[in-house]
Design a protein around this ligand. Sequence first.
Ligand code: ADP
Length: 636
Amino acid sequence: MAVSFAIALLLAGTLLWLGWRLAVQDRQVAAQRMHEQRENAADLAVAALQRALSQVEERLATLAATQGPAAAERALALADGLGDDSVVLLVRDGAPVAYPAGRLAFSPVAPAPPEPVAVFMEADTLEFQQRDLRHALMVLQGLTDDPDVSTRAAALMRIARIQRKQERRDEALASYLELGRLGDVRVGDRPAALVARQARLGLFEQAGRTRDAEAEARGLRSALDAATYRLDRGAYEYFMQESERHVRSPRNTRAEALSAAAEQVADLARDTDAGSRRTVVHEHGLALLAVWRHDAAVVLGREWLEAQWPAALKASLAEQGLALRLTDPEGRVVSGDASTDTGGEAVRLAATTALPWNVHARTVRPELALGPAQTRQRLLLAALAIIGVLILGGGFVVARAVAREIEVSRLQSDFVSAVSHEFRTPLTSLCLLSEQLDSGSVHTEEARREYYGTLARESQRLRRLVEGLLNFGRMEAGAEKYEFEVHDPVELTRDVAAEFQREVEAMGYRVEFQADDRVPLIRGDRAALASALWNLLDNAVKYSSSGRTVWVDVGEDAGRAALHVRDEGQGIPKGEQAQVFAKFFRGEAARAQGIRGTGIGLATVRHIVERHGGEIRLESEPGAGTTFTILLPGAK
Ligand code: ADP
């Protein structure tokens, strides 16, 4: 049993180990495949960026070689395909001009020509030296029709100023309104429209007209956001802060960043004489790629970058759970996936690819690649577990069958030796007695009679033994023949008890018989029932070493005849009570004390009783005695 169990365990263990190895290998293969996918994606991304950049550079070269108005057209055409967060710049007189216009929040402005001093000499003298504001106004009014718009603008500025001094606020507001209509006309270096709005904003604030002030601030702000007018950084910041006293919406950081980058690029384009350059510019937390050739430049934002991945690359990234990331040489994330944890990554360094960024292909959803392997692994483990259980279960069943077989063969060999022993005892005394009688060495008649009596008893015993064995054999083969007739159980039992009494009285045993009056008649085979009773009586005597009396009671129990055989012998241990009716079973004590027997008695009794439609019961108290009860149905 232990060996077969160990073999089953070994088999199951080996199987599990193999399965585990297989699963580990499967995972390794999946991980290797993921590694290859990342390397592949990184290479594809590098190739795509290199191709896109060299295309941009080619077009920049053409743009740089173009002069005159055609250059602006080319610049617009180039900007068209770049995306909203990129801009094309043409550096003119050291200042960048943006294409499309309005994409920069600010850019250097060419200094405005100085005001024609002579025109305003008279008015300024009147205003400041003679403090004759009225006359000064009159002179200035005459200049508001001047054909030169700059002169008109400067005149309106002065008129408004004098009106403010005179506390004529409404008129000053009207003058600023008129100034504002001049739009991009420069007042100093700043557009008239914004200067006028800012002045009106101040006047409204002074007058405590908050709503009007807010409306003016909003107008100022939307002109700034739309980059309607060209401003340098200082003017932009000044007007922005003025508007921010009333408007609290976030700034257009993208335009600010592009502007700051454009400033840098204009400097770089001026300073570097080599043909073409690339650099990453960091502004407002954005990383922008600047590429320039002579006086033509582009500043490229994240949108442009992310539009460069070919559709096939994007599809395979999604399918394989990968994401791309670009970092600048300092390791700051420029574009793409920003998560920190990763299932592994492939890196192409800027130094080796000649790109301005490091390219990372990262596994962000390892479950996509590992999922199928995990499913396979689970299936494998489940199958192995089932096989393991089957092997262990099979091993257990085999082991139990073998154990039973061993037990049966032990019982059979015990039976054979018990039967031989049972035969030898009467045969020995038969031989001995008949030899003595034959040799004439028994002299007295009385002794001879006693010898003959013993011979007869031993022969009877042998006969019963042989009959018992034959009955058991027939019973096993299912070939026993019963002749059912109606009998009185009291009479039958009394006869058997009396015969048994004669048999055992020489050994000092006594059978006490007692019967009720109203016992129902039964139908049965007299010989079979007698042998069943005899077996019970024989056991009662065999297993009563101290008590010398056996009680036989016949009564009635719920319409059935009840035949009790009781002794006050050693009793049957509780643990054996369920087994005593099994064939070949012999009690522990019976074997230890060498009490004769073959272990088929009670099996035969039960068989006979059941064939009569009856039932056999057992009550026993170890040390106190045993009662067997045969219950037989009454004859109809
Ligand atoms: P055996 O030939 O051993 O008597 P049986 O089938 O008649 O075989 O009995 C089976 C076992 O039941 C016996 O070995 C004995 O242990 C136990 N047994 C049967 N009858 C009695 C009894 N009256 N008192 C105690 N034990 C009994």
